[in-house]
Design a protein around this ligand. Structure first.
Ligand code: ADP
Ligand code: ZN
Ligand code: MG
Length: 637
């Protein structure tokens, strides 16, 4: 059995991250270009050397001079450039210690003969000579310098940012931005939350009305609820409805490397928002800075506290005429610092919950806009199949279904696409291709059959809608059990049956194979969680009674110590063990009694892999299992 797991979606991706890589590539390319240019220049200076035809001996040159074949001799340092009358050109090297005419005279060329040719000595300037000497060494150094220059330029860029860091990083949505504008119509369901927020919309639209009568409008609202329930969406809708600017920032952005940055960001953000009033400041995931303070020994996180303090200071400094409303969102309102929730600060709490069946249908319809569906697609059915899913989950159900349809080359989304995508959203994609040995398949089949059988026989568990041994996400197989009707409250008896059903996989494996795999580990997590909550949170045991047993909140010295007695601690352990043990015994008894049905179910599963509710229930009935009629037992909504 697998509980629906929701993946928390993380917000906008930052485009800034890819920049350093691009810059590095740019530096590299520039270096290559610089290198290329230098090579070109270098080879240019070396060019004349290429024109050496052959290296004639000095005696030969002397002969040529005497024969009058040479027009010009240019001596440049140790290089002697000899230009013949037929325009061929030769470079020879002379020794540095003697002059070239001297050398020639040793070969019998008289000064008169020499004077008949255009004989020039070009004194190489000291500088040019020097450059020529050191240039080869300079090249690599030069390239290195270019590289370093680019790097430091980078670093300077970072430095500039560092100087800038006080500026708030808030994102801004203007009321004139028609594309990004969101209104209450875009938020389906969530009627209670909307009702509470209408008041603020009205204030932002016509504040004078409130001022006149002397009414005070709260400065801060906390939106709290599970992830993906539309908190961000609601906050934006308030600004959209009121047509005021919307400044949003994630509280984690206040927590920076440098102490003091967060606080100055807060200051900037509030200053800007005031300038554009009436306006809304939205602080997402406020628990990142707003969790209970003073827990840690030795001060805890300074930066976080400074940012939080600054938020409080700013809010206290608000005047009514500032006409700025701060909306904060969190899915952990229980851990927020009490100082945040004091009157005059975030003193309004709007709870956003996962949508009920009607809300889910509406959300599905909102996200179905602009998509094409086959005739006969029924959102009622989909809404019924998706208890516990958030708005964000439902959005991805619709989207996954559309993707499935495209993959199958269809132009419209079918009901089956939607049903498949529910499971994909709940448990991850199917892993049809993963290699599972026949033996493993059998273990998985018994495991799931164990869950399913218990689910169908126990009075208070939810009916089994589907059983499959096709792996999906991390699960090797799963049983989809879901109530036909949604309920908000659960009873002790239901939790007991939940635990029993969750133990079904474990018990079946033990019963059939005499051994236990790691398969049930997440089942055991569920079991322990429920049992512990029953004892310590929900007052569901006689010996402990209606009492909530909290753990101490302090971290550091005495961390995690219970704030109740050791005897109580033992009692908790005892009660938890008792609950689980009773369930375990019951599960074992039931599965033993239905061994034949379980064997048939497993055999069928190994053949067809998946059974839907009807086939499944038929199979059980044929094998003598009496199914509970869940409808009669569950109280009406
Ligand atoms: P939260 O801030 O509570 O984590 P979001 O507001 O970011 O959730 O919601 C995520 C997405 O889920 C939204 O962009 C929207 O598409 C969808 N969604 C959530 N709740 C609703 C709703 N009530 N109506 C329509 N869409 C919703
Ligand atoms: Zn299981
Ligand atoms: Mg959000």
């Amino acid at each position: 059995m697998k509980k629906p797991q929701k993946t928390k979606r993380k917000g906008k991706t930052k485009t800034k991250k890819e920049k350093p890589i691009i810059n590095l590539i740019r530096i590299f390319l520039w270096s290559v270009v610089a290198f290329g240019i230098l090579i070109l220049v270098f080879s240019e200076t070396e060019k004349n050397k290429e024109r050496i035809l052959e290296n004639p001996s000095i005696s030969k040159i002397a002969e040529s001079i005497q024969n009058g074949e040479i027009e010009k001799i240019i001596v440049k340092g140790v290089d002697v450039n000899i230009i013949y009358k037929d325009t061929t050109e030769v470079i020879v090297r002379k020794s540095a210690s003697s002059d070239f005419d001297e050398t020639l005279s040793r070969f019998g060329v008289t000064p008169e003969v020499i004077s008949s040719v255009d004989y020039r000595v070009e004194r190489e300037t000291g500088f040019a000579h020097w450059v020529k000497l050191v240039l080869p060494f300079l090249f690599p150094i030069f390239i290195l310098l270019v590289f370093i220059w680019f790097i430091t330029r980078q670093a300077k860029g970072v430095g500039m940012q560092a100087f800038n860091f006080g500026k708030s990083k808030a994102r801004f949505i203007s009321p004139d931005d028609k594309e990004k504008r969101i209104t209450f119509a875009d938020v389906a369901g969530a009627d209670e939350a909307k009702e509470e927020l209408v008041e603020f919309v009205d204030f932002l639209k016509a504040p004078e009305k409130y001022f006149k009568i002397g009414a005070k409008i709260p400065k801060g609202i906390i939106l709290t609820g599970p992830p993906g329930t539309g908190k961000t969406l609601l906050a934006r809708a308030v600004s959209g409805e009121a047509s005021v600017p919307f400044f949003s920032i994630a509280a984690s952005e206040f927590v920076e490397m440098f102490v003091g940055v967060g606080a100055s960001r807060v200051r900037d953000l509030f200053a800007v928002a005031k300038k554009h009033s009436p306006s809304i400041i939205f602080i997402d995931e406020i628990d990142a800075v707003g969790r209970t303070r003073g827990g840690g020994m030795g001060g805890g996180n300074d930066e976080r506290e400074q940012a939080l303090n600054q938020i409080l200071v700013e809010m206290d400094g608000f005047e009514q005429k500032d006409k700025v409303i701060v909306i904060a969102a969190t899915n952990r309102s229980d851990i927020l610092d009490r100082a945040l929730l004091r009157p005059g600060r975030f003193d309004r709490k709007v709870v956003v919950i996962n949508p009920d069946i009607k809300g889910r249908k509406k959300i599905l319809e909102v996200h179905a806009r602009g998509k094409k569906f086959e005739e006969g697609v029924d959102f009622d059915v989909i809404a019924r199949r998706t208890p516990g899913l958030s708005g964000a989950d439902l959005e991805s159900v619709i989207n996954e279904a559309a993707i499935l349809a495209v993959r199958k080359n269809r132009e419209r989304v079918s009901q089956q696409d939607l049903l498949n995508s529910i499971e994909k959203v709940l448990m991850g994609p199917e892993r049809k291709s993963s290699v599972i040995t026949a033996e493993e398949k059998k273990v998985i089949a018994y495991h799931e059959a164990g869950h399913a059988l218990l689910g169908s026989v126990l009075s208070y568990s939810d009916p089994v809608q589907k059983i499959t041994i096709v792996p999906r996400g991390v699960a090797g197989g799963y049983v989809l059990s879901m109530p036909d009707k949604e309920r908000k409250l659960k009873t002790k008896q239901e939790y007991i049956d939940n635990i029993t059903m969750a133990l079904g996989g474990y018990v079946a494996e033990e019963l059939v194979f005499g051994d236990i795999s790691t398969g049930p580990s997440s089942d055991l997590d569920t079991v322990s969680d429920i049992a512990l909550s029953m004892v310590t949170k929900w007052g569901m045991t006689k010996s402990i009674g209606p009492l909530v047993l909290r753990r101490s909140q302090f971290v550091g010295f005495g961390a995690g110590r219970e704030i109740h007695s050791e005897e109580m601690e033992k009692l908790i352990d005892k009660e938890v063990n008792k609950i689980i043990n009773d369930c375990y015994k019951n599960a074992k008894k039931i599965l033993k009694g239905h061994r034949k049905a379980m064997d048939v179910l497993v055999k069928t599963l190994l053949e067809v892999e998946t059974l839907e509710r009807e086939e499944y229930e038929k199979l059980l009935k044929e094998n003598g299992v009496v199914l509970k009629n869940h409808h009669d037992i569950h109280h009406k909504e």
